[in-house]
Design a protein around this ligand. Structure first.
Ligand code: 3HC
Length: 678
C-alpha cells in the first residue's frame, strides 16, 4: 500500500495509507504532550473523523518514545491549547476507530492517551505506566478511572500508586495491550491491525466498561505499602481515585479525579517533586563544559579495595556490563570481598529483583587480583581504600606509573583534598573524586569532585558514565566533606549541643522523622557505629559519644548505642544513656532546660540550609538545585520537601534567617540576598 504524506501542523503530521490515517508526533526528546502536540493531535483527529474515506486512525510517535507524559514544564503556568483530558475524551469519542502504536515509554498522559484510543498495540520493548505519583500527582487525564476498568483495581493500584511502569508483555497479560507487534515493524503492523478492526462495531470505549469495587485489594495495598508512603499526599489521593473507579459512575469518578488532581497540583509537595525531577536532570549539566565535548572510552574499570565500598562500587559497573578488575592486598580479603559481591547478587536474584542468570553473568566480568600492575589496561581506576591521605598518595603515585596514558584516576574519598592527591601524579588533569554513598551498589547519589586541574573531558566522561551505571551525579568542588557530608557537620554539632542543653536523642530524632527523614541523627549514629572516628581510649571522655563508646555502646551492631535494641533491632529509649547524659551535663556544669521542637528545627535544619548557602557562595556546588539532589538521593531528605534549598524557600527564607539569627548563627550572605536560591 502506498503512503501519501499529508498535513503538517507543528510537531504533528499525518500520513495516509489507503483508508488508514496515521497521526505522527515528532516532538523530541520524549514527545511530551505540550500544547502544540495536543492541539495538533486534536485537529488531526477532527479532520480524520470528518473524512468518510478514512476507516481507521493510528497514533504513533517518532524518535525514542511514544508520549512520555504531559509536558511537566507547563505545570503551574496558565493553560494553553486543548486540555489533555479533553483530548483523551475527544479521541475516545471518535466514531472512527483509533489505534495507539506504542514504542519506548508510554508514561502518564501518554498512557492516558493510549487508554483513550480504542485499541493499543506495542512493540515488545515498550513499557507502559503512570508515574505521576512520583511527581506528587495522579494520572489526571482520566487515567485513574480508565486504567482500573482495563486492568482491574488490584493491578491499577500497583501501577498508579507505586508509579512503576510495566513491560509490554505484562501489559498484554493485564489486557492493556491488544497485540504485541514486531519490534522493527510497528507502523506497518499497527496499520494492518487498524484494518482488521476498522469495521468492527460497537467501537470499544474504556469508559463504557465497569470494574467491580475491590475494598479488600485496597485494604491489602494500604497494609503492604502504608509505611513506605508515609508523609506523601499523592499516594492516598491515588488510592481514593482508584477505589472510586469501582464505586462511582465514570463521569462522577472523573470529577473526583479532577478535584484531587488540582489539589495536588497546587500543593507544595508536587512543586517539590517536580523541582527534583528537573533538578536531577539539570545536575548532569556541567558549567563551563561544552555538552559536545568528546568523551573518553571507558571499557574496563579498575577498583582498588574489595571492602564494602570497593565491592559495592565494582557491582555498579558489572551490573551495567562493564568489566572490572578489583585489587586487594591479601588473598583472604579479596576472597571475602568477591564472596560478598556474589552473595549480594544472589540475594537480589532470590528476591526476584534480578533474572536467575544475572549473578553469574555479572561475576564473569570480574577479574580479582592482588597486583596493582593488573590495572594497566583499565580506562578508569577508582581507589576505595580507607581514609588516610598518606595511603592515598602512595597509591596514586604507584598508579601514575602503572595506568595507561589517558586513564582516569578517581578517589572515593568522602572528605580528603583531591588536589593534594592529584598533585602526586604527573597527570592531575586525569584525576577527580568519585564519592559513592554506602551501600554503593544501592544508593543513587554520586558526588563527582572536580579538582582544580581536572580536565573537562574527564569530568564529562565520568558524569556520562554515572548515568550508565544509573547514578544521579552531582559536581562538587574540593572542600571538607564536599556537599553532603559538609552539610551534615553543622547538623551533628548542633544535635550534640542540644543533647547537652536538655534535649533527648529520641526528641531530636522524632523531630527529624516527623519532618520526613528516614531517621534522625542519633538513629543514624547507631546504624553507622558510634565508634566511628573514636580515639579508642576509654579513659578519655570528652563528649557524650566518647562516653557511650567507652562503655561499648557502639550502636546497633552491639545492641546498644544512643538507644537500647532488642534482638530484632527495635530501638527503645535507654535509661543508661539518660544517666550518661546527666552525668556529662553535671561534669560540664550545664543545667538542662526544656527544648522546643522549633528550636531543634532551627538549629539542626536551618543550619544545614545556611551551610548550603556557603557552599554555593564558595562555588563548591554549581547551583542550589544540585544541593537538593545530593540530599534527596544521598541522605533520604524527603523528596516531597524538595531538598534543603527548595524547602527553605517553601518554609519562607525570612523565617529561616530569623531562626538562624535568634540562635546566634552568622547568616550566609546568599540567604539574605536570595543569591543562594539561583
Ligand atoms: N515533560 C517535559 N519534559 C520532559 C518530560 C515531560 N513529561 N519527560 C522528560 N522530559 C525532558 C527531561 O527534562 C529532559 O530534558 P533535558 O534534556 O533538557 O534535561 C529530556 O526530556 C530527556 O529526559 P531524560 O533525561 O529523563 O531521558 P531518559 O531517556 O533518561 O528518560 C523518560 C526518558 C523515561 C521518559 C523520563 O524522562 C521520564 O521518566 N519522564 C517523565 C515521565 C513522567 O513522569 N510522565 C508523567 C508526566 S505527568 C502527567 O502526565 C500528568 C497527566 O496525568 C495529566
Amino acid at each position: 500500500m502506498t503512503s501519501q504524506s499529508n498535513e503538517q501542523s507543528g510537531p504533528i503530521r499525518t500520513e495516509r495509507h489507503g483508508d488508514v490515517l496515521v497521526i505522527i508526533s515528532d516532538s523530541p526528546p520524549v514527545n511530551a504532550l505540550g500544547a502544540a502536540v495536543r492541539d495538533g493531535i486534536a485537529a488531526s483527529v477532527q479532520q480524520a473523523v470528518a473524512d468518510s474515506s478514512i476507516a481507521a486512525i493510528v497514533v504513533r510517535c517518532e524518535g525514542r518514545t511514544f508520549f512520555a507524559g504531559a509536558d511537566i514544564s507547563e505545570f503551574g503556568k496558565p493553560l494553553q491549547g486543548v486540555p489533555l483530558p479533553t483530548l483523551v475524551d475527544m479521541i475516545e469519542a471518535s466514531p472512527t476507530p483509533v489505534v495507539a502504536a506504542i514504542h519506548g515509554t508510554a508514561l502518564g498522559g501518554g498512557c492516558e492517551v493510549a487508554l483513550g484510543c480504542h485499541y493499543r498495540v506495542a512493540v515488545p520493548s515498550a513499557t507502559l505506566g503512570t508515574p505521576e505519583v512520583k511527581l506528587g500527582l495522579l494520572p489526571g487525564a482520566g487515567g485513574t478511572q480508565r486504567l482500573p476498568r482495563v486492568v482491574g483495581i488490584k493491578n491499577a493500584l500497583d501501577m498508579i500508586v507505586l508509579g512503576n511502569p510495566i513491560p509490554a508483555k505484562a501489559a498484554a497479560d493485564a489486557g492493556l495491550i491488544d497485540r504485541i507487534v514486531g519490534e522493527e515493524s510497528l507502523e506497518a503492523d499497527a496499520i494492518a491491525f487498524a484494518r482488521e478492526v476498522a469495521g468492527k462495531r460497537p467501537i470499544p470505549r474504556v469508559r463504557d466498561r465497569d470494574v467491580a469495587p475491590d475494598p479488600e485489594a485496597v485494604e491489602a495495598f494500604r497494609k503492604t505499602h502504608g509505611r513506605k508512603l508515609r508523609g506523601f499526599d499523592a499516594p492516598e489521593a491515588c488510592i481514593a481515585c482508584v477505589a472510586a473507579a469501582g464505586e462511582k459512575p465514570f463521569e462522577d469518578g472523573i470529577a473526583f479525579e479532577r478535584e484531587q488532581f488540582m489539589t495536588l497540583m497546587n500543593g507544595t509537595q508536587s512543586a517539590a517533586q517536580r523541582h527534583i525531577f528537573f533538578a536531577e536532570r539539570q545536575a548532569a549539566k556541567i558549567d563551563g563544559v561544552d555538552p559536545a565535548t568528546p568523551l573518553r572510552a571507558v571499557n574496563r574499570v579498575g577498583v582498588i579495595g574489595a571492602g564494602t565500598m570497593g565491592g559495592g562500587i565494582a557491582m555498579n559497573f558489572l551490573s551495567a556490563g562493564v568489566p572490572v578488575t578489583i585489587v586487594e592486598m591479601q588473598q583472604e580479603a579479596l576472597d571475602r570481598g568477591t564472596g560478598i559481591m556474589r552473595r549480594n547478587y544472589e540475594a537480589s536474584a532470590a528476591k526476584g529483583r534480578l533474572p536467575a542468570g544475572a549473578p553469574d553473568k555479572a561475576m564473569a566480568l570480574l577479574t580479582p587480583t592482588l597486583s596493582l600492575d593488573d590495572l594497566a589496561d583499565c580506562d578508569l581506576i577508582i581507589e576505595a581504600v580507607y581514609e588516610d591521605m598518606g595511603v592515598k598518595k602512595d597509591i596514586f603515585t604507584r598508579l601514575d606509573a602503572i595506568a595507561k596514558p589517558g586513564a582516569i584516576l578517581a578517589s572515593n574519598t568522602s572528605y580528603l583534598n583531591i588536589d593534594e592527591i592529584a598533585a602526586v601524579t604527573k597527570r592531575p588533569g586525569d584525576v577527580l573524586g568519585m564519592h559513592f554513598f554506602s551501600p554503593a551498589n544501592v544508593m543513587k547519589l554520586l558526588e563527582v569532585v572536580r579538582g582544580a586541574q581536572t580536565a573537562p573531558d574527564v569530568l564529562a566522561t565520568v558524569m556520562a558514565l554515572a548515568k550508565k551505571i544509573r547514578k544521579v551525579a552531582v559536581v562538587a568542588g574540593v572542600c571538607d566533606g564536599f556537599i553532603g557530608n559538609r552539610m551534615l557537620m553543622p547538623r551533628q554539632v548542633e544535635a550534640n549541643k542540644l543533647l547537652m542543653e536538655g534535649a533527648t536523642p529520641e526528641q531530636i530524632d522524632r523531630v527529624h522523622v516527623a519532618f520526613g527523614m528516614p531517621m534522625g541523627p542519633f538513629q543514624m549514629a547507631d546504624l553507622a557505629g558510634v565508634d566511628i572516628g573514636w580515639h579508642r581510649d576509654p579513659a578519655r571522655i570528652e563528649n557524650i559519644r566518647d562516653a557511650l563508646a567507652a562503655e561499648g555502646r557502639w550502636g546497633q551492631k552491639k545492641g546498644a548505642g544512643f538507644y537500647d535494641y532488642d534482638e530484632k533491632r527495635n530501638p527503645t529509649p535507654s535509661p543508661r544513656v539518660a544517666e550518661i547524659i546527666d552525668a556529662f551535663r553535671a561534669k560540664e556544669g550545664t543545667t538542662p532546660r526544656p527544648i522546643g521542637d522549633e528550636e531543634i528545627v532551627a538549629r539542626t535544619l536551618y543550619t544545614m540550609v545556611n551551610e548550603g548557602a556557603l557552599i554555593l557562595e564558595e562555588g563548591m556546588a554549581q547551583r542550589a538545585s544540585d544541593i537538593d539532589v545530593v540530599w534527596v538521593y544521598g541522605y533520604g531528605w524527603p523528596v516531597y520537601r524538595g531538598g534543603p534549598m527548595f524547602w527553605a524557600q517553601s518554609e519562607g527564607v525570612d523565617k529561616v534567617v530569623a531562626g538562624l539569627e535568634r540562635y546566634g548563627f552568622p547568616v550566609a550572605k546568599g540567604l539574605k540576598t536570595g543569591e543562594a536560591f539561583k
